[in-house]
Design a protein around this ligand. Structure first.
Ligand code: AMP
Ligand code: MG
Length: 289
């Protein structure tokens, strides 16, 4: 599929693998969270992942240098789904100068005093930059819906509002790519146990995780609606099988590399006369020899 940002000239090809085609009704239960696609095991992925990591760093440098497009990457998942792990394994290959990771916590009083997209729009990427949303504006149709923090009449209007806002970003040169890290309920419990068993992970443990886990089905339903209603031509959702962390990293890296490569980004032509600068260099070199 090619998506065009009408005003920006942005023309991008999103991969089909794991992309939710617009208009599809997603049923998460029918998607195998254990899947490792065409890869048998971690060893088979390692070499490819190393190459993808190198490419991703190159493409991000190009994006930064060209300063034309930007990337907004949204990460959503159930607790323990691997948002933090994705940041540290996939995003860390990029140059921190061009990347920001933005967390979305319970809104502050100032944020609550504004419309729900205000805090998100403030931190969208400038041209050339990558911003990763670790949780996002989607919490306003997820936790807010599951806990009834606003009435249904309010949250049910938000899908269209989110689509309009994301389209606005895309039309102005921002790639909007949304990843749902799909784990199953057993895997969540296994990860909660890992956290309990590893003292360096105790800071992540909370009773709240178990209260939210009790609402698993309601969350899955809210995710299915958000993903089904908001996977659009210009701002797709990808549902990534994420029980195997190495496959999650591989799948996301592949999608990012393929998408960014389709932009055909170029280093900008120099704004100075390189021959002239070379003469300056040679004169300086002669002087110091
Ligand atoms: P964590 O990502 O584990 O640090 O937790 C952040 C918490 O903030 C999660 O429990 C989210 O559900 C919650 N949160 C994020 N955005 C919102 C929102 N718009 N309204 C209410 N809670 C939110
Ligand atoms: Mg948490």
């Amino acid at each position: 599929m090619s998506a065009k940002g009408k005003d920006s000239g942005l023309s991008v090809k999103y991969p089909d693998t794991f992309r939710v085609k617009p208009g599809t009704e997603v049923k998460l239960r029918q998607i195998d969270a254990d899947s490792t696609g065409d890869c048998e095991d971690r060893a088979c992925a390692e070499q490819e992942l190393a190459e993808l990591t190198r490419r991703l760093a190159e493409l991000q440098l190009l994006m930064f240098a060209e300063c034309k497009w930007s990337l907004l990457m949204v990460l959503q998942a159930m607790d323990g789904g691997g948002k933090d792990g994705t940041v540290s394994h996939v995003i860390s290959s990029m140059n921190p100068q061009g990347v920001t990771v933005q967390q979305f916590k319970v809104p502050s009083a100032e944020e609550m005093a504004h419309d729900y997209l205000w805090r998100a729009h403030k931190v969208t990427p400038a041209r050339g930059r990558v911003v990763v949303f670790n949780r996002s504006h989607y919490e306003d149709v997820l936790v807010v819906r599951v806990h009834g923090l606003v009435p249904k009449e309010v949250w049910s209007e938000r899908y269209d509002q989110i689509n309009d806002w994301e389209e606005h970003l895309a039309e102005n040169g921002t790639l909007v790519m949304k990843f749902y890290l799909h784990i199953d309920k057993n895997e969540q419990l296994a990860r909660f146990k890992d956290r309990l068993d590893d003292p360096t992970k105790h800071w992540k443990v909370s009773a709240g995780d178990y209260a939210e886990r009790a609402l698993w089905d309601q969350y899955q339903e809210a995710y299915e609606d958000a993903i089904s209603k908001c996977s659009t031509e210009c701002a797709p959702w990808f549902v990534i099988p994420a029980n195997r962390k190495w496959f999650r990293n591989l799948a996301i890296s592949r999608i990012l590399v393929e998408t960014l490569a389709s932009l055909n980004m170029q280093f900008p032509a120099p704004s100075v006369d390189i021959q002239e600068i070379r003469r300056l260099y040679e004169a300086a070199a002669k002087e110091s020899s």
